[in-house]
Design a protein around this ligand. Structure first.
Ligand SMILES: *Cc1c(COP(=O)(O)O)cnc(C)c1O
Length: 230
């Protein structure tokens, strides 16, 4: 007789399994987009405090219903007219992909008397659809005359998304290019460029990202299960 050993793990178990596979210096952002508050509470109950959302409306709906010591990561494409809603409480904005957006974050931060932590999103994928800065734009931003004059923001590092493909070599090449860009930028001397974070890797590709030097992974479906909506 064949016995099928079907193992259904809870959110807390999946989270713990992934956390145990990461080293101490790596931050796990549990991507809770489209998932209910009860799922987030289950992960929170297991001691997890970093959660990622990609829609401003959804984040602003969930935030007041959940504990204050959650660190909210905004990981999606952020529209300038919505920056004001998240600036008062967001922990880290991962997807700053234009100078105009960074300027808006700076402006709203100054109005709220806060300093907002950001990552600059770099375009590394083949797909033209993925957002991000190119190298010239990055270098232009990371200059004393540009970022150096924006006291409402602190840029903590870089973020990138690899092409969605089964070609592991391709994904690795893209993550490595981001790592090289990050390394090159480490020596740039601007007071509010404080590089500590290289955010790359999702459920499907995080082991490769970690091999390429990521220290922050954004993982959704491998913790909370597949999503129906997008
Ligand atoms: C949805 C999303 C993730 C997580 O994706 P999974 O494949 O579910 O792990 C990571 N990063 C960004 C920017 C996302 O939008």
């Amino acid at each position: 007789m064949v016995i099928l050993d079907i193992c259904i793990m809870t959110i807390a178990e999946q989270l713990t399994k992934i956390k145990n596979s990461l080293n101490e210096d790596t931050t796990l952002v549990a991507v809770s987009k489209t998932k209910p508050v009860s799922d987030i509470m289950e992960a929170y109950g297991a001691g997890h405090h970093d959660f990622g959302e990609n829609k401003v409306q959804e984040l602003c709906d969930k935030h007041p219903e959940l504990p204050d010591d959650i660190r909210w990561h905004f990981i999606g494409h952020l529209q300038r007219n919505k920056v004001k809603y998240i600036v008062p409480f967001v922990h880290l904005i991962h997807g700053v992909d234009s100078l105009r957006l960074l300027k808006e974050v700076n402006k709203r931060a100054l109005q709220n008397d806060v300093v907002v932590n950001c990552l600059l999103q770099i375009h590394i994928a083949e797909e033209a659809t993925k957002y991000g800065l190119d190298l010239d734009e990055l270098m232009q931003i990371l200059s004393p005359d540009c970022l150096g004059k924006m006291s409402g923001v602190r840029v903590k590092g870089l973020m990138g998304m690899a092409t969605n493909t089964d070609d592991v070599g391709q994904v690795r090449k893209e993550f490595e290019s981001l790592r090289q860009t990050y390394d090159q930028c480490l020596k740039i001397d601007v007071a509010n460029w404080q590089p500590e974070i290289l955010s790359m890797g999702m459920s499907g590709d995080f082991p490769i990202a970690l091999e390429c030097g990521s220290n922050m992974v954004r993982i959704g479906s491998a913790i909370f299960g597949a999503r129906n909506q997008h």
